[in-house]
Write a protein that binds this ligand. Structure first.
Ligand code: 4AD
Ligand code: MG
Length: 476
C-alpha cells in the first residue's frame, strides 16, 4: 500500500509495511522519528521507533536518502498535519545513502543546483509535486478529448517535412558524419540514406494531424516535438511536448472556443485533483515572492490565479487592434519597449506580456496576424494581408498556444508554398487533401510545458519537464 492511501486509514492493530525514501530522521532521548516519502503524495508518513525496537546498527543506516521498508502498526499521531503515524517494529534497509556524499540534504536547495542533479531531483518535494501535476494535466488532456469525441492520432517523429517552415530542425540520418556520400555538385547525397531523402525530427504533428482530420473529423496529437533553436530562455526547450487538436468544419471562431474551453478544463482538472500539490507549490511561490520588490509581487496567490483564469472569458482581439493598443501605451511612448512597435512586427515576449499582464490582466487571444510572419498553411483573410491565425497569451507565460484556420483552397495554398519556397514535390501529399474532398478546418498547438509552468507557478521551463533538453543540458 502506498503512503497516500495509508494516510487516509484509521489507526488499527493490523501490521503494515511501508516502503519509501527517508526524508529526515530525528532522534530524541529514547525515540527516533523517521519521515518517509514514496512519491505517491506530497505528505510524508512519520515512523516512530521506540527505544530498542530496531537495532542501533540498522537505525544508523537510516539517513536522508536511504530506501527502507518500515513494518509496524498505525497509531493516532500526536503531531500536526496528519492523523496517523507508524509505530515501527522493524526496518529493512534496501539501499543506504552515505550522508557525506548524498547531494540532497534536508534543507532548501536552489533550483539551479537541482537542475545539475536532474537524476535525483524528483526526490524533492518541489519536483515530485510538479511531476504529479504534470501527470494529472496529461491525463486531463486525454480525458477532455475523449469526452469530446476526438481520436488520438499518432503522428511520426521522423519526418521529411518542416511544418513551421522555420528551418529549426534536428537532422536524422544514418549517413556517416565524416566522409558522407556526396552528389556531383558536392552536397550530402541523402538518396544514399536509409530513408532515401533528407529527414528530421518533427517540429509539429500538425500536417499529419490535418490528414487525420480530413478522415476522422476530430483528432488530436500529443507527442514530443523538437526545435533546434538555440534559445536559452526560460520558455524554450529543444525537446518539448505538444498537444495539437485538428478539427474538420471548424473555423477560426470555433478554434478559439475550443482552445479556451480545453485549457480551462485542464486547469480545473488540476485544481480538483492536485489540491495538495498545488497548495505546496503555492507556499513555495509565496516564499519566492517575498524576495521580490513589492511592486513585482503577484497580487493573487497561485490558486486564485488559476481560478481566475477558469472563471473569466479570455479577451479576444485582432493583431491590428493589439498593435494600436501597444502604440498608445505609455511604455511605448516613453520608449521602454526594447523592440519598437509597428504593424507587421512579430510580437516579442515583452509586448505579449505587457498586453496580458499590464493591460488586460487576463488571457488574451490575438487573431488575424500579418501573413508574412506566420506559417504558409494559414488561411488568407479577404484583405490578402492577414491570415486566420490565433495565438493564446497567458499571464506570466506569454504565448501558450499557436493555431489557425487552415488554407483549404488548393490554388491559394499552392501559391503560398511557392511564395515561401517549399518545393511541391516535398509536400504533394499535403496539397492533395485540398484536391480531394477539401474542407474548412482549424487547429492549434499547446506547448504542454508552458501549461505545466502556468499551473505549478514555476518560472523556468527546465523545471517542469523531468529531463530538460536545452543547449546546455542533455547529459542523459
Ligand atoms: O506556435 P507554434 O510553433 O505552432 C505550431 O507548431 C503549430 N503547428 C501548431 C498547430 O497549429 N497545430 O508552437 C505551438 C506552441 C507554442 O504556442 C508554445 O506553447 C509551444 O508550442 N512551443 C514551445 N514550447 C517549448 N519550447 C519551445 N521551443 C517551443 N516552441 C513552441
Ligand atoms: Mg507560435
Amino acid at each position: 500500500m502506498q503512503i497516500k492511501e495509508i494516510l487516509s486509514l484509521s489507526p488499527s492493530n493490523q501490521s503494515l509495511v511501508i516502503k519509501g525514501w527517508v526524508r529526515t530522521k530525528r532522534v530524541s532521548a529514547n525515540v527516533a522519528f523517521i519521515a518517509l516519502n514514496d512519491g505517491s503524495t506530497i505528505h510524508n508518513i512519520q515512523g516512530v521507533v521506540s527505544d530498542g525496537a530496531v537495532s542501533e546498527e540498522t537505525l544508523k543506516l537510516v539517513t536522508t536518502g536511504a530506501c527502507i521498508a518500515m513494518t509496524g502498526t498505525l497509531i493516532p499521531s500526536q503531531g500536526q498535519g496528519q492523523s496517523v503515524e507508524l509505530q515501527v517494529n522493524s526496518i529493512e534497509v534496501y539501499g543506504t545513502a552515505d550522508p557525506e556524499k548524498y547531494p540532497l540534504q534536508p534543507k532548501k536547495h536552489s533550483l539551479e543546483f537541482l537542475r545539475e542533479i536532474a537524476h535525483l531531483r524528483p526526490r524533492t518535494n518541489t519536483f515530485s509535486a510538479i511531476l504529479r501535476v504534470r501527470h494529472a494535466l496529461a491525463y486531463a488532456v486525454h480525458t477532455y478529448f475523449n469526452q469530446n469525441q476526438f481520436f488520438y492520432l499518432h503522428t511520426p517523429i521522423i519526418t521529411g517535412s518542416d511544418a513551421e517552415g522555420a528551418g529549426e530542425m534536428f537532422r536524422v540520418t544514418t549517413l556517416p558524419a565524416t566522409n558522407p556520400p556526396l552528389t556531383e555538385d558536392g552536397k550530402v547525397d541523402f538518396k544514399e540514406d536509409f530513408f532515401g531523402k533528407e529527414t528530421n525530427l518533427t517540429v509539429s504533428g500538425q500536417l499529419e494531424g490535418e490528414l487525420g482530420a480530413m478522415a476522422l473529423s476530430k483528432v488530436y496529437t500529443f507527442g514530443p516535438t523538437f526545435r533546434a533553436e538555440n534559445s536559452n530562455t526560460t520558455r524554450h526547450l529543444a525537446e518539448f511536448w505538444m498537444i495539437e487538436p485538428e478539427v474538420a468544419f471548424n473555423e477560426l471562431e470555433d478554434n478559439m472556443n475550443l482552445a479556451e474551453d480545453f485549457t480551462k478544463f485542464c486547469i480545473k482538472y488540476a485544481l480538483e485533483h492536485c489540491a495538495d500539490d498545488i497548495a505546496f507549490l503555492e507556499k513555495r511561490l509565496l516564499d519566492e515572492e517575498k524576495t521580490k520588490k513589492k511592486e513585482e509581487q503577484s497580487e493573487l496567490s497561485l490558486t486564485e490565479k488559476l481560478r481566475f483564469v477558469t472563471e473569466n472569458d479570455f479577451e479576444r482581439i485582432t493583431y491590428t487592434e493589439a498593435i494600436n493598443i501597444l502604440l498608445q501605451s505609455k511604455t511605448h511612448k516613453q520608449g521602454k519597449f526594447q523592440y519598437p512597435v509597428e504593424w507587421g512586427i512579430d510580437l516579442q515576449s515583452e509586448h505579449e506580456r505587457w498586453l496580458v499582464e499590464k493591460h488586460f490582466k487576463k488571457p488574451v487571444i490575438l487573431t488575424n496576424y500579418p501573413k508574412d510572419i506566420k506559417a504558409f498553411y494559414m488561411k488568407l483573410d479577404e484583405d490578402g494581408k492577414t491570415v486566420r491565425a490565433m495565438d493564446v497569451l497567458f499571464p506570466g507565460i506569454g504565448e501558450i498556444i499557436g493555431g489557425s484556420q487552415r488554407e483549404d483552397d488548393y490554388e491559394k495554398l499552392l501559391q503560398r508554398t511557392k511564395e515561401v519556397g517549399i518545393e511541391e514535390e516535398s509536400i504533394w501529399w499535403y496539397l492533395e487533401t485540398r484536391k480531394f474532398g477539401s474542407a474548412p478546418h482549424a487547429g492549434f498547438g499547446l506547448g504542454f510545458e508552458r501549461l505545466v509552468l502556468f499551473v505549478t507557478g514555476m518560472s523556468n521551463i527546465r523545471d517542469v519537464i523531468p529531463f530538460p533538453r536545452t543547449p546546455k543540458t542533455a547529459e542523459f
